[in-house]
Design a protein around this ligand. Structure first.
Ligand SMILES: [Zn+2]
Length: 145
């Protein structure tokens, strides 16, 4: 069950580019998977230090490959019209062979989420911007408008 803490905190707010770390405790994102981190009771006194949504994400962190995926997404978008979008698989294919692309699809989605919270891209489905922490099914990525 998910409860949105703040009704006015809609997706795609202007907190993009380089928001002060730890400042907005109500709006925090996992450093690894890019999903929103909901405050938990046991984090009450140190929520500002929490950087990962799970132990798995803590272990994983952001690997060199993850950074390459972010770069691949941005490089592809850079070469397209400003309003064009790409599929995460296109970014995967630029750095991995055909056989590896399935394995890298989830890492590519994670990269897209991280880029959303860096204020660089939007994740869309059917032309509509979706909540990066809460989407299902195929997505496309475009430059943030
Ligand atoms: Zn995470």
């Amino acid at each position: 069950m998910t409860e949105s803490a703040r009704p006015q905190a809609t997706q795609g707010t202007s907190d993009g580019t380089h928001s002060a770390k730890g400042a907005g405790a109500s709006c925090k994102h996992c450093t690894s998977c890019g999903r929103r981190i909901a405050p938990r009771k046991r984090w009450r006194y140190r929520f500002s230090e929490v950087r990962y949504c799970s132990k798995a994400c803590h272990r994983r962190g952001v690997r060199p490959l993850d950074v390459r995926l972010e770069d691949a997404i941005l490089a592809l978008l850079d070469r397209r019209r400003r309003d064009a979008s790409i599929c995460p698989s296109e970014a995967v294919r630029t750095i991995a062979g055909e056989d590896a692309w399935l394995v890298l699809m989830e890492p590519a989605r994670r990269a897209a989420r991280r880029l959303v919270y860096k204020g660089q891209v939007e994740i869309v489905q059917g032309g509509r911007v979706v909540d990066p922490s809460d989407f299902r099914g195929p997505i496309r990525i475009r430059v943030r408008r």
